[in-house]
Design a protein around this ligand. Structure first.
Ligand code: AP5
Ligand code: MG
Length: 215
């Protein structure tokens, strides 16, 4: 099964993808995570992407579609894929169609996480992740069970993203509104879009997605 999680910054794409990976053995392809890894290791892609990401703007379509294609080639045909944060423009949606067709993969569902923009700033500015395994947390909504210790791997080091500040979040939201939300109709006409209430409790969002995906 191949699915897209679509929603603005802070909608819960990463949170829900993490659960689908744990529960269904799917693979999460997050262009944001891949770009952050490229920035951290100083690759040519990372050098190009760094300032764009810090400004909250979109990295070029060629770069992101290129890294998605490379990752798809490392997966076996049976592995289900969750596209998290890709595609984000009409050009990327077209590239994804071509990338999937060339690998005889089919897009099964597009899950739209519908959220209230005002709540997103609080979600994003409170977010932190484990520096060792990447598990996601939130100052208010999801603290580790034992303060300062990662539930998943026991690490005591956490980090925050440089683009998780209010000014940059506003730009990221505008990019979503202007460039990403307009691609929904491409999938609506194909009957692939399922709208899920992303403002519900994390566990309820997970249940709503499970209802779409089935057993
Ligand atoms: P990316 O990393 O994709 O960031 P984003 O789209 O802005 O989305 P986020 O990761 O911020 O939010 P999320 O939906 O994953 O929310 P999360 O689950 O963490 O992209 C970063 C940058 O990379 C872009 O700005 C761009 O520059 C570049 N980029 C990436 N992909 C690109 C592409 N395809 N094309 C061009 N450029 C690209 O949740 C947020 C917080 O809320 C967490 O703390 C979580 O615990 C909490 N939370 C989640 N769900 C709930 C809930 N139901 N209730 C309460 N709290 C919740
Ligand atoms: Mg994310």
């Amino acid at each position: 099964m191949n699915i897209i999680l679509l929603g603005p910054p802070g909608a819960g794409k990463g949170t829900q993808a993490e659960r689908l990976v744990a529960e269904r053995g799917m693979v999460q392809l997050s262009t944001g995570d891949m770009l952050r890894a490229a920035v951290a290791s100083g690759t040519p892609t990372g050098l190009k992407a760094k300032a764009v990401m810090e400004a909250g703007e979109l990295v070029s379509d060629e770069i992101v579609s290129g890294i998605i294609g490379e990752k798809l080639d490392t997966l076996s045909a049976e592995t289900g894929v969750i596209f998290d944060g890709y595609p984000r423009t009409a050009a990327q949606a077209e590239s994804l169609d071509a990338l999937l067709a060339a690998r005889r993969r089919r897009l099964d569902h597009v899950i739209e996480l519908a959220v209230d923009e005002d709540a997103l700033v609080a979600r994003i500015t409170g977010r932190f992740t484990c520096a060792t395994c990447g598990a996601g947390y939130h100052d208010t909504f999801k603290q580790p069970k034992e303060a300062g210790v990662c539930d998943a791997c026991g690490s005591t080091t956490f980090k925050r993203r440089p683009d998780d500040n209010e000014a940059t979040v506003r730009t990221r939201l505008a990019e979503y509104r202007n460039k990403t939300a307009p691609i929904l109709p491409i999938y609506e006409v194909r009957g692939l879009v399922h709208r899920v209430d992303g403002m519900a409790d994390m566990a309820d969002v997970t249940k709503a997605i499970a209802a779409v995906l089935g057993e």
